[in-house]
Structure formats: structure tokens, C-alpha cells
Design a protein around this ligand. Sequence first.
Ligand code: NAI
Ligand SMILES: CC(C)=CCC[C@@H](C)[C@H]1CC[C@H]2C3=C(CC[C@]12C)[C@@]1(C)CCC(=O)C[C@@H]1CC3
Length: 345
Amino acid sequence: MATRVRPSNKRCAVIGGSGFLGRHLVEKLLDRGYSVSVFDIRQSYELSGVTFHQGDLCDKQALLPAMKDVSLVFHCASPAPASDDRGLFERVNIQGTRTVIQACIEAGVQKLVLTSSASVVFEGTDIKNGREDLPYAKKPIDYYTETKIEQEKLVLEACDKEKGFLTVAIRPHGIFGPRDPQLVPILVDTARRGKMKFIIGDGTNLVDFTFVENVVYGHILAAERLRSDSPICGKPYHITNDEPVRFWDFMSEVLVGLGYAAPRYHLPYTLVYGLALLLWLLALILRPLVSFKPTFTPMRVALAGTHHYYSCDRAKQDLGYKPVVSLKDGIARTVQSYPHLRQGA
Ligand SMILES: NC(=O)C1=CN([C@@H]2O[C@H](COP(=O)(O)OP(=O)(O)OC[C@H]3O[C@@H](n4cnc5c(N)ncnc54)[C@H](O)[C@@H]3O)[C@@H](O)[C@H]2O)C=CC1
Ligand SMILES: CC(C)=CCC[C@@H](C)[C@H]1CC[C@H]2C3=C(CC[C@]12C)[C@@]1(C)CCC(=O)C[C@@H]1CC3
């Protein structure tokens, strides 16, 4: 019988390593002396110390070479929420995650760290200081979140101390930072189209925005503390900046930092939500004839007009987590990193 090479503690794989969070994670892992295989459907950069494996995570045969001699796998791949493609979310986030788990077990991987999302408990109504024991959303805000719930359940249920396969899920919220393809670009695009004049609701709703390096730190702590005798096996952990901020203050700070005007005029939440719902229905009905994507979707209005911030006490206690970059510094570094999105650029 062929003897399996014992995987090195410092060898890991990052599925989704070409993405925004994935690449920051890869860079930090390299700093900490890990050697890294990246598995992604696309290759977005080259870096010494990183081996790239290009493929679809739904294909086990494509995944296995990336997991060879690897003891630790991070799974942070997902289709972008904005794609709004139910079939794709189900295929990648649910079936694909099953395949990732099977491949890990077959390759002898000992630890799997999933990037989940704090939104798995969000139903579009206020969450204040939500803890991990909140139930999963019965009515998730979109298909993406629906499949993130199933994905998290699959990974946490796969945790098996007897078989030596340990899993944990990190639930970040509102990740931002340099190279983010979503938050700042969407915001700037909306401002450039003259649609960032209004504040939805009274503007006092508090939200977590989390600087990407804090999210990375949470992932690495979870990976390094994941042992069969630790309390974290099979559990989810909120990772935030631990500084809930008014949604509209955060947006204004980024906008003003990039040279755009901050929104000023208030619109009632229920009115905007109702209009967004109407537009969404219209887009659905007209889909066979014309295709249009409204800026104001009900999901976006709910995100912009409700409280949704989470306690990370469990991460502090079990992982020794504490944000390493403050919100103020995170915003400053983010704004600086987007010279091409400045007003007039
Ligand atoms: N950005 C945010 O605010 C938040 C993100 N998350 C989660 O964090 C993770 C990373 O998100 P981001 O870095 O923002 O997204 P991203 O879109 O920048 O990165 C995702 C990566 O997954 C890859 N990917 C997608 N489908 C694949 C497939 N079938 N096979 C292989 N690779 C595939 C993409 O090519 C991409 O590089 C995702 O799981 C997301 O659900 C959770 C909470 C908030
Ligand atoms: C905290 C959290 C979950 C953030 C997620 C990021 C995105 C969902 C947001 C990034 C930019 C936001 C944005 C809006 C909604 C939520 C975002 C897409 C609006 C469309 C809300 C309505 C407006 O007035 C314009 C906003 C532009 C930016």
C-alpha cells in the first residue's frame, strides 16, 4: 500500500483565492510562512510561493491536485451576489460545497474553514448585536443568502472529530478594503449616475462594515485554533470590526473621501421599499421582453435602511479575536486605494 505523505501544517489551499477576500488571505498566509495552493475558476494574479490551479469547484477531479499534501483548506469561493442567478448559486454554493467536502476527505485534509456570511440570519428587519445562536433566516433576503445558509449547514455538519476532519465557519459582514469589486465601485457608480442624493429612512440605522484584514485575521485564528480538543469545532463565528456605524455615515465618508457629495435628502423607508418591490416585480414580469437591473432592489433597500450589526464576543472568547485595523484607518486606506474612482478621474 502506498504511504500517504503527512501533510505539512504550513501547507494550505485557498478555494476562491483569486477573489477579493481570497487574495488578501493568500497574502497574509504567505507572510505567516504558509505555502499556498490557490484553486479558482480564474487566475487574477501571480505571486511567488503560490501555486495556481484553475478549475470549477464542482469538479472533484479538478480540486484534488490542489489539495495534495495539504492539511488545511479555506473555502471562500462564491458567485457574486449581484449575479442574482439562482441556478448558479445552487450549483456552486450547495452542490459545489458538497464536492469540496468530499474532496477534502478523500485528500486527507484535516481542517476546513468556510467563509459564510452574517446575513444567514438576516430577514430584512432589524438585528442589533445579533449573536450566533440566532436561528437561520426562514425568509432569506435573496437566493445568494438562501444558498449560503445551506452551504454553512453542510460544512458545520461535516465536522467529525472521530474521523479527524474538523470544520468551522466564519461569518463576516460588509467586507470592504482595497481591491473590493463590489461595495466602493457600486457606491461610486451610483453617485456618478446622480442617484446618491437620498438617505433612506432617518439615517440612524447601525451596520457592521468590516475591513478585509480583520476578516483575514479571523480566518487565520480559526484555522490555527481548530483542534479536536477546542470548543470551535463545527461552530460559526461572527467576525466584524466591532464598531457598528450608521450605514449612511459610512457611505458619506467614503463618498466625500473620493470627492463626491454626501447624500442629504431623506426618503421614508416604507415608500422606497415599496417602490423597489414594484420595480423588482416589473423586471420579473418583463424579463422575457426586456432585461433591466434596477439600482434599488428590495434587498439593497433593506440593507441600507435597517439595523444589522452582530456581536463578535464568541470570536473574542474562543479565538482570541480582536480587530487589528480600526474602521477609521480601514476607510482611509480604502479611499486611498481607489485613485481611479475619484471624482474627475
Ligand atoms: N464581500 C462581502 O461583503 C462578503 C463576502 N462574503 C463571502 O466571502 C467570500 C468571498 O467573497 P469576495 O471575496 O467578496 O468575492 P469575490 O467574488 O471577490 O471572490 C469569489 C471568488 O470565487 C471564485 N469562484 C466563483 N465560482 C467559482 C467556482 N465555481 N469554482 C471556483 N472558483 C469560483 C471567483 O472566481 C472569485 O475569485 C464568499 O464566500 C462570500 O459569500 C460574506 C460576507 C460578506
Ligand atoms: C453591510 C453590508 C451587508 C454591505 C453589503 C454591500 C452592498 C450590499 C452595499 C454596497 C453598496 C451599497 C449601496 C446600496 C445598497 C447596499 C450596497 C449595494 C444602495 C443601492 C442603497 C440605496 C441607495 O440609495 C444607493 C445605495 C448605493 C450603495
